[in-house]
Ligand binder design. Sequence first.
Ligand code: ATP
Ligand code: MG
Length: 308
Amino acid sequence: MDAIRAVNLTKVYQGKAEVEALKCINLSIKSGQLYTLLGPNGAGKTTFLKIVSTQLLPTSGEAYLLGYDVVKQPEKVRRHIAVVPQDSIAYHNLTPWEYAYYFAKLYGVPSPKVKAHAELALKTVDIWHLKDRACGSLSGGEQKRAIIASALSSNASILMLDEPTSGLDAIARRHVWESLTKIVKDGKTIILTTHIMEEAEMVSDRLAIMNKGKLVAEGTREEIKSLSKEKFRVVLEGKIENNDLFKDGSRVARFGNKSILFFNSLNESLKVVERALAKGLKAEASPITLEDVFVDLIGSDLVGNQNH
Ligand SMILES: Nc1ncnc2c1ncn2[C@@H]1O[C@H](COP(=O)(O)OP(=O)(O)OP(=O)(O)O)[C@@H](O)[C@H]1O
Ligand SMILES: [Mg+2]
């Protein structure tokens, strides 16, 4: 059974100017996976999550959650989902413990298990030591973790998390990713959005890349990476005097005194590493990353990528 199925899903926001936020999206997300939606700001990720979690009506098309129509059977849909919105703010007077505890109760976790659910959720995101502080007195990242814990403590089979790790420090992010992968192993489905490509690449079973309301790519990380014509990247550090290190036409991205060069073949990239090292530059070759493909697919002018 598909956790989510979208058929020609379209959303046009009406206002001073019409915004076509989703343009005929067709997408199936299988149960039991960690599924990541990627895309630049304004791509339509939040709009998609809001529609499939019954917070927003589509303009046309259909969406089903575990086979239930999100427009015609919203009550059924809501019984199976827990949502962490992008802009979620914790109730200031509630403590993380109360959050996790009430969510478990609200979702019908059997009474003898409620405390255990709440405890596990709070420990999972590493805020057990803060469980009795008012959320209003916690830092932004700590509040976010309290909200994630509440979703974890529910017994919903599908979790939808819109940028769950934004604003979290590196250690907290690892805790969250680790817990999310654990939850998926236990049989739940997670659909999330993030802008942190490296982490998305590590944890996701499948990913979709959206841009301007359309699906640009969908598949496993390997399937998505295979869309790139280049297979290897070389990072050079130091001043490149001229382009004699690489052929004209190679794709190059520059960041300060670092440059990333992209190549089709391992041979080609190793040759460049050799030549760069001989010139006293620092050089490192590796396979391309999901972020490289993302930048390639979405368009690169915003990140200083230039063609030579
Ligand atoms: N309530 C609204 N009214 C009008 N337009 C909206 C509304 N909400 C979103 N939009 C527009 O719809 C498009 C998609 O927005 P959405 O929030 O789904 O993007 P996103 O992929 O989640 O972006 P981000 O990464 O910044 O969170 C954008 O162009 C946005 O400006
Ligand atoms: Mg968003």
